[in-house]
Write a protein of this length. Structure first.
Length: 338
């Protein structure tokens, strides 16, 4: 072999190596480009629909297939959530497939990809429905080794897919599974945050209502205190002697007129029977008279009271029914007769 021929062979070998390296670089560039597309679309997606649609289109472009769809599992059924160039009537027919079908067990239960280059021969009716696809690849959508769905892409020609391309598609399926899980968590947090905001608003409304009720109650309490003070003032400023008497006949309260005219300090008469301020000889008849007045059979009577020093005070007595601290009582009103 001449030196020139040897150089030509070397150039051919070098060219083949360069071509091989260039082909590898092109594949790597394509892979990185697709990864970048998927990452960008996943980050830009604001809804689950945008996310799955973007990843589906990136997968179809990656292997130069023609159509595709993404299924997600709900209650042992797989629903189509994204499609590309699939006829509407086919979508309706292929939706909600049972994941326990024998031909789908490996895919949905064990997470193994499915690749068919003779799809039109194995499933002629479905192939025709989809426009005559011949090649089909299904890769599982995984999260923590749990199958959440699958990515289906088909071609109208018999296209061989390398094991490397298949592995990359499986990586896309795992990436989709992780991003879907992130979306689910975010949606759950948004729902909880919305519920929390609603609850906070309800609490604020309840708090405002409670504050208004408290203010109203405080105003009512202030008004009640004023009315009580007015009554206490009136009760003690009256010149008539007033005894508040319980149903059993004991004195519950007296006004200042009783204290001053009969000479009893505060509290000395409270708890004593009403007969204590009457003459001993009149007690039995006074009890009868008071009973008649309580029964509204008599409106007033002339009687005698005795002060602390034993002095007799002639009075005109009246008895009126009423309430004292929420209990039924009798007001014994005695006006001195001069």
């Amino acid at each position: 072999m001449t030196a020139v021929a040897q150089q030509i062979d070397n150039i051919k070998i070098l060219s083949a190596q360069l071509y091989s390296q260039d082909s590898a670089l092109q594949k790597e560039h394509k892979r990185l480009k697709t990864f970048n597309q998927i990452i960008v679309r996943a980050n830009e997606a604001t809804t689950q629909k945008e996310l799955v649609q973007g990843i589906l289109e990136a997968c179809i472009d990656f292997v130069n297939f023609d159509i595709g769809g993404i299924y997600l599992i709900r209650d042992n059924k797989a629903d189509i959530v994204a499609t590309k160039f699939i006829p509407p009537h086919a979508i309706e027919t292929l939706n909600q497939i049972c994941i326990k079908r024998p031909e789908l067990r490996e895919l949905f239960q064990f997470g193994k990809p499915l690749y068919l280059i003779n799809y039109d021969q194995l499933y002629p009716e479905t192939s025709s429905m989809l426009g005559g696809i011949k090649s089909l690849i299904s890769v599982p959508v995984l999260y923590n080794n749990k199958v959440k769905g699958c990515i289906n892409i088909g071609a109208f020609n018999n296209i061989d897919i390398t094991s490397e391309e298949c592995d990359i598609l499986r990586t896309f399926g795992k990436h989709l599974g992780h991003v879907l899980h992130r979306f689910e968590i975010e949606q759950e947090l948004e729902t909880k945050n919305f519920d929390l905001e609603v609850h906070i608003e309800e609490l604020r409304a309840s708090n405002d209502s409670l504050l208004a009720s408290m203010q109203s109650l405080e105003t009512s309490q202030q008004q009640l205190n004023i009315e009580r003070e007015n009554f206490r003032t009136l009760f003690n400023k009256m010149t008539d002697m007033i005894f508040v008497v319980g149903l059993e006949g004991s004195i519950l309260a007296i006004n200042d007129a009783v204290r001053h005219r009969l000479g009893y300090p505060n509290g000395n008469l409270v708890g004593q029977p009403i007969t204590i301020v009457h003459e001993v000889g009149e007690c039995s008849s006074m009890i009868q008279v008071l009973a008649e007045m309580i029964r509204d059979e008599r409106h007033h009577c002339m009687t005698k009271l005795v002060n602390r020093e034993g002095e007799v005070v002639r009075v005109d007595s009246r008895v009126v029914k009423g309430l004292w601290n929420g209990k039924e009582v009798f007001y014994h009103v005695a006006r001195e007769v001069v």
